[in-house]
Ligand binder design. Structure first.
Ligand SMILES: *Cc1c(COP(=O)(O)O)cnc(C)c1O
Length: 376
């Protein structure tokens, strides 16, 4: 019988850093400084340093980060926001909550990120913002997106919840960390993300001093100085204990992402060229931090394969089974079947295999063997 295989092995990761984690949490307990303790600022500074950006503003979760970012950009009801339709619901949810209009764009069938060739045709006088999503851990084509945004005077906010630590590559040979290229980047520290805490957490990233001030305000009741409220904001904080955990884990992020890459390379080597399986494409404009290792099962047997794997104790996930334009909450009259053919196809073909910082070839061989057998 298969050894217990998990999508993400957070227990083993924790076991390796247990002592440091306990010391860090104990310090917070001793100080009883549970909200806005010094660890929050320290973590923000350390993450900004790691990312090579000016400001990191922590908040309560990655969904809040998206909402706060849009509030800080002063977007008004009815403004249009261009967003990939193949993404986690949070990206579109923040847009809709603020009464902005999500304008969906299909994605590339091989790298799964927003199809940059379709963006310009969707720009109207109401368009204010593009929200690329660095899906599964690989960046959208930021160079192309920034060029379009500059040409049309649009803001760009990168949803970096799945790609913290990834690098964007530019034609001039320079690189920049995911989340630092657009006007704002947002991220999540949900436990299973590449940099996860022990509960909820998130952050906004920016190089713009004015925007950083607005973001701080919006995350803190629209307050400029204590008890002076200039805007309607929200209450969204990263707990001190979570910041303490993240301070321990941040120095390991590159190692964690490298381990994910090693596992992905191994999957690639064993799964490439197998009939009915398409391995994820690596783009020229980004490296990959493999938040997910997502294959396409091209023979129409995805659900059956998933079931066969599950029967053998091998978990897998479908990100995402129902495209946003078919969701009851985001159903718009003009989007019938066939509106976003790539996303609709992906919803029927994608399968994410177990991947995390603690993978080993023994586990992978078992997954690979079962997968290949189930697809033939
Ligand atoms: C996880 C995730 C979010 C939301 O993060 P939370 O911290 O769970 O609110 C947003 N966008 C994407 C692409 C995500 O994967």
């Amino acid at each position: 019988m298969a050894k217990h295989i998990q999508m993400v092995d957070l227990q083993t990761q924790y076991a390796h850093i247990k002592e440091e984690i306990h010391t860090a949490i104990q310090q917070v307990l001793n100080s009883a400084h549970f909200i806005n303790g010094p660890e929050v600022k320290q973590f923000a500074a350390e993450l900004a340093d790691y990312l090579g950006c000016k400001h990191v503003i922590p908040c309560a979760n990655g969904t809040d980060a998206l909402q706060i970012g849009m509030m800080a950009l002063d977007l008004q009801a009815g403004d249009e926001v261009i967003v990939p339709v193949h993404t986690y619901v949070a990206t579109a949810e923040a847009i809709a909550l603020l009464k902005l209009t999500p304008v969906f764009v299909d994605v590339d069938p091989d790298d799964f990120t927003i199809d940059v060739n379709q963006i310009e045709a969707l720009i109207t006088p109401k368009t204010k913002l593009i929200v690329p999503v660095h899906l599964y851990g690989q960046c959208a084509n930021m160079e192309a997106i920034m060029q379009i945004a500059e040409k049309h005077g649009l803001f760009v906010m990168e949803d970096t919840a799945q790609a913290i630590g990834a690098d964007c590559f530019f034609a001039d040979g320079s690189t920049q960390k995911a989340g630092t290229v657009g006007h704002i980047g947002t991220t999540s520290f949900f436990p299973s993300k590449n940099l996860g805490c022990f509960g909820d957490g998130g952050a906004l990233i920016t190089n713009d001093d004015e925007l950083a001030k607005k973001i701080y305000m919006m995350a803190n009741h629209g307050q400029s100085v204590k008890y002076k409220h200039d805007s309607i904001g929200c209450n969204s904080r990263l707990d001190t204990i979570q910041a303490a955990v993240l301070r321990v884990k941040l120095p390991h992020l590159d190692t964690y992402n490298a381990a994910r890459n090693t596992a992905a390379d191994y999957y690639d080597a064993k799964l490439s060229g197998i009939d009915g399986i398409q391995i994820p494409k690596r783009t020229s404009w980004s490296n990959h931090v493999f938040h997910q290792y997502t294959i396409r099962l091209t023979k129409g047997n995805r659900n059956e394969v998933q079931k066969i794997l599950a029967e053998q104790g091998i978990p897998s996930m479908i990100y995402y089974p129902i495209p946003l334009h078919f969701q009851e909450a985001y159903r718009m009259e003009r989007f019938g079947k066939g509106s976003f053919p790539v996303t609709e196809m992906l919803s029927e073909q994608v399968l994410s295999l177990p991947i995390h910082s603690e993978m080993n070839t023994e586990i992978q061989n078992e997954i690979i063997h079962a997968l290949i057998k189930s697809t033939q």
